[in-house]
Design a protein around this ligand. Sequence first.
Ligand SMILES: *[C@@H]1O[C@H](CO)[C@@H](O)[C@H](O)[C@H]1NC(C)=O
Ligand SMILES: *[C@@H]1O[C@H](CO)[C@@H](O)[C@H](O)[C@H]1NC(C)=O
Ligand SMILES: *[C@@H]1O[C@H](CO)[C@@H](O)[C@H](O)[C@H]1NC(C)=O
Ligand SMILES: *[C@@H]1O[C@H](CO)[C@@H](O)[C@H](O)[C@H]1NC(C)=O
Ligand SMILES: *[C@@H]1O[C@H](CO)[C@@H](O)[C@H](O)[C@H]1NC(C)=O
Ligand SMILES: *[C@@H]1O[C@H](CO)[C@@H](O)[C@H](O)[C@H]1NC(C)=O
Ligand SMILES: *[C@@H]1O[C@H](CO)[C@@H](O)[C@H](O)[C@H]1NC(C)=O
Ligand SMILES: *[C@@H]1O[C@H](CO)[C@@H](O)[C@H](O)[C@H]1NC(C)=O
Length: 533
Amino acid sequence: MISPSSLPFILLLSKLALAANNWNEPCLSGTCSYDLDNSTSHGTARGSLYISGSTNAISDLTAAAGWTVLDCDASTGAQDIRAVCTGDNSTCSHVYQNGVVGTIVRLPDNCGKMPFARVAAEWTSDNQSVPDSVAQKLRRRSEPSTVRGITLDTQFHKIDPSSHGQVSMLVQGATGLNSTDALPVPSNSTLNGRSLFGKITSSISSILKDLSFNVDKSNTQTISVNKPFTLIDKTEQCAASGNLTAFTAGLKVDVVAAAQASVNYGVVAQGSIVPPKVSQFGLFADFDAELDGTLDVNALASISLSSGQVTIFQAGLPGLDFPGILTIGPSFEVNALASAMVEADVQMTVGLAYNISGAKLYFPPSSGSSTGVFKPADTQLKLSANPSVVASGNVQAHLIPTVLFGIDALSGLADATIDLNLDTFAELDLSLSKSSASQLSGCTDVKTGLSVNAGASGSFLGLFSKSTTVSLFSKTFTVFEKCFSKGLRRGHARELATMSLAKRIAPGVTCTDGGSLSQTSITNETVSASSIH
Ligand SMILES: *[C@@H]1O[C@H](CO)[C@@H](O)[C@H](O)[C@H]1NC(C)=O
Ligand SMILES: *[C@@H]1O[C@H](CO)[C@@H](O)[C@H](O)[C@H]1NC(C)=O
Ligand SMILES: *[C@@H]1O[C@H](CO)[C@@H](O)[C@H](O)[C@H]1NC(C)=O
Ligand SMILES: *[C@@H]1O[C@H](CO)[C@@H](O)[C@H](O)[C@H]1NC(C)=O
Ligand SMILES: *[C@@H]1O[C@H](CO)[C@@H](O)[C@H](O)[C@H]1NC(C)=O
Ligand SMILES: *[C@@H]1O[C@H](CO)[C@@H](O)[C@H](O)[C@H]1NC(C)=O
Ligand SMILES: *[C@@H]1O[C@H](CO)[C@@H](O)[C@H](O)[C@H]1NC(C)=O
Ligand SMILES: *[C@@H]1O[C@H](CO)[C@@H](O)[C@H](O)[C@H]1NC(C)=O
């Protein structure tokens, strides 16, 4: 499992563009909102953040309230800024109501990467110098105005709820939305965590459904992977000697991670920033995928070995970031693992081909019912074995395209990763006895499967935990099954478990046998999807 500290928190964030925020209206009445909007690019995220509290709790440092910010870095978070009131004295003064420290302020576009900040300290700045344009405005004012120094940060947990009261928040956002209109406007009661009908979860899940139904897939960027990877390579060369040709003994497991996937997602969270609390949380992932992996096994060995899980591909997906409040950092990975406990001279190539369409995951399960169409596609199967060598045991491999959603709420108050796994796997079972040079005896079968499921890396404020899982699909298909003449004692595979990890050439075979090693084809066919439904 992935721990939050080690998770690949990949963020592809476009510079936040503030679009639907009303920059002409000061946030002085106890509510304020902020919109993330990027209307030009495809597949990027849109979202809105709403906060609501007493009129003392929330104020405004933008020009709408009369403030001019002098020194502020737009790309960093916590910092000391200088600001001066150049507008209406009464709207500027709003931030001082009931004490300035601990007030949450809206920041202008060019100040801080966060939309809202906590005032941690405020003083008369030592540096009263202002640009000429600002000096002109100051000269026109009736009241004198001094340049203020202000320390801003997102440490909302340091605000004492007993001074300005609780501040509620609601965050919603999604990728692939075709317009800002596609963001539903939450009611005041939803924002404050009270649904009109007394059912808290129904309001969050209805926002989540609205978002998921407004996803416009035609704009979604497709992630394409086609990457060969060797999972296990424990081989040695048997050199040519006399009239024997050289050959390779050991175990080699190769995969080709091939997939095309398009993923959109959205999130809704409701709670309070003062005191920091997430009361409700829901995430959806809308995805289509064509999985077309291949597994190739070559064994001439008596071996028991596991690769462990390996990440063979990784790419970031567009993030959703409201700094200090909620950050979703998603990524796409392909993980793989293989294990073998086998004594054989065998070769297998099998495709792991599945089509997934119209799939929707809702997480945790209380936020909606997950759906999707999951189908095997036509796949190649090639299997051959050497009839003059015992072939028994089992080889398994998984190729697992995964979408990871790293979640960080309220500046580290809670973090977790939700992972959506498209686990494709194949398993070869062998119980062939040593027979004549061309005659196979015993049984063999090949199974493949797909298991689509979601889980979480850890507990998230009691809203979900490691034990929260959603299963969208799980099925194993027998793509090949055949017994030849005489059977072989079953259970031989279990005996192998106790064998040493050291590789040996399959029993009865030595390097000097190279010349007699020749495999007989068991099958080489295209397994049609319809035959394995
Ligand atoms: C939207 O995102 C693109 C790509 O990240 C960027 O070039 C563009 O400037 C953004 N548009 C706005 C309005 O911010
Ligand atoms: C508003 O005017 C009063 C009285 O002149 C002054 O003390 C105060 O600093 C002004 N407020 C701001 C925010 O500049
Ligand atoms: C005052 O602030 C301005 C703008 O940041 C800066 O250029 C100037 O050097 C500062 N003056 C002093 C004395 O720190
Ligand atoms: C775009 O979003 C609106 C909601 O604002 C929705 O009614 C419409 O069907 C969407 N169009 C497409 C093509 O998804
Ligand atoms: C929501 O609350 C704000 C501030 O309290 C108020 O101005 C607004 O009218 C309310 N909206 C609705 C739909 O009740
Ligand atoms: C080489 O092959 C020939 C004919 O198959 C055989 O008689 C001979 O013993 C082989 N030599 C060795 C060194 O194996
Ligand atoms: C899977 O998708 C591919 C490409 O879109 C298509 O050619 C194929 O027919 C699909 N197979 C199934 C079983 O849906
Ligand atoms: C398996 O079948 C494919 C296509 O049908 C063919 O190209 C390939 O040579 C065959 N391989 C073997 C080992 O028979």
